[in-house]
Write a protein that binds this ligand. Sequence first.
Ligand SMILES: Cc1cc2nc3c(=O)[nH]c(=O)nc-3n(C[C@H](O)[C@H](O)[C@H](O)COP(=O)(O)OP(=O)(O)OC[C@H]3O[C@@H](n4cnc5c(N)ncnc54)[C@H](O)[C@@H]3O)c2cc1C
Length: 467
Amino acid sequence: MTSDAIAALKTALGPKGWSEDPNDIAAHTRDWRGRWQGETPILLKPANTEEVSQAVRICAKAGIAITPQGGNTGLVGGSIPRGEVLISMSRMRSIREIDTANDSITVDAGCILETVQETAAEQNRLFPLSLGSQGSASIGGLISTNAGGVHVLRYGMMRDLILGIEAVLPDGRIWNGLRGLRKDNSGYDLKQVFIGAEGTLGIVTAATLKLFPKPAEMCVAFAGIPSPEAAVDLLGIAKQASGGSLSALEIVPRNALELVLAHIPGTRDPLERPHPWYALLEIGAGRIGEGRTAMEAALGEGFEAGLVQDAVIAENETQALALWQLREPIAEAEKAHGKAAKHDVSIPVSRIAAFIREATDASEKLVDGANVIAFGHVGDGNVHFNVAHRNEGAGDDFLKICEPATEAIYDLVQKYGGSIAAEHGVGTLKSGDLAQRRPLEVELMKSIKAALDPKGIMNPRVLIPVR
Ligand SMILES: Cc1cc2nc3c(=O)[nH]c(=O)nc-3n(C[C@H](O)[C@H](O)[C@H](O)COP(=O)(O)OP(=O)(O)OC[C@H]3O[C@@H](n4cnc5c(N)ncnc54)[C@H](O)[C@@H]3O)c2cc1C
């Protein structure tokens, strides 16, 4: 990298806008799971869109590659620079505007998800995206990975929650597409190419997001169930009973619950005896009492059909949070247990139970000591299918042993008509697998990339493999 370009970047961003201090940089070059260690010659922290534009313009002119970074909670290696200039959005955290009549909020891309949720709640609105990393994940990162989380069943993924985007293009031009419109049929919907692009087509600098009425009641229940098949049947019942206001149905196997109870302080099993599987259900109702009535009806019908073995309904918000605390920190509990081969996959809901069974059998045959932990968002067909070791402390060598299982799991995903990248994205972790399994789609993506980023400076290696 030329020293002229570095000097120009420093001048453009001012003393607060860059760092070469290894201590500052360290937190940005290692991923959340500790799987990838990267490097960067300089960490840039622009304060506004204009500064992002200037930085990208300088890099484009010098042919210097860039990795954009939000909260660095991504799980597929996309935010870790491998020698690229790192542009962190951590100084761009303003709420630009909240428009309650339009049910929309416009925020800087570095804004943390929890801040957006809280700002919406203060205005009696809901921003429904919700996930375990919401205290650190940024709006720009959530857009760039098209994040999902626990409320996709009712509100959709990040893609469904965006009205407009502002982005800095790979040549430094600023595209202001921050329109708060629900109807806008003026040709190609350009914002869509930036959603899920994982920083390969430009840097998202701001977004206008949809808001929803804040439910008056959130009723949460935790049920012991015999099998994933029961979870799918219960899903159908709960959707009917709630009249469309079921906002989450998550499944948790007993082994995942045991990890949470062992590693997450303050958690306890709310049911009297162990069950092989659990379903966590959430209904958000417009009027107090309606959610509970619907939940009781769904669980009652589930009992009669033999789908529910035991259940508890939260009586208040504290209890509801305690039930969510049995589901949300599973990733954290797994991390404390040891390394695991993780597969974030989606399958049509109707086939998910068969997939879990077959993939579990395959993994147990292929990996000595395998402890399959399959949990997640069954309500929308997304399962986190993880192969851990029965004993604590598995390391990177165990990940190597799991490679044949990953192949077998992805083959089954394909057989069942699913996707090997449900909500975390592709990153560097899955770019080879994606190119192998969806070659034409990756070729089309390369054409789009070449049109927008002809110099190939935006997040090389991520999403699209470099040959
Ligand atoms: C405990 C835990 C639980 C999680 N649960 C979920 C879950 O339920 N559902 C889910 O979908 N994900 C989940 N994730 C994954 C992660 O939080 C999401 O992928 C999130 O969207 C990443 O946001 P971030 O700001 O941390 O992005 P980063 O990790 O910083 O970046 C992710 C990708 O986006 C790019 N990027 C970041 N900001 C920008 C920008 N402004 N413009 C262009 N590109 C950009 C990066 O280059 C990278 O490719 C979880 C992660 C953890 C650690």
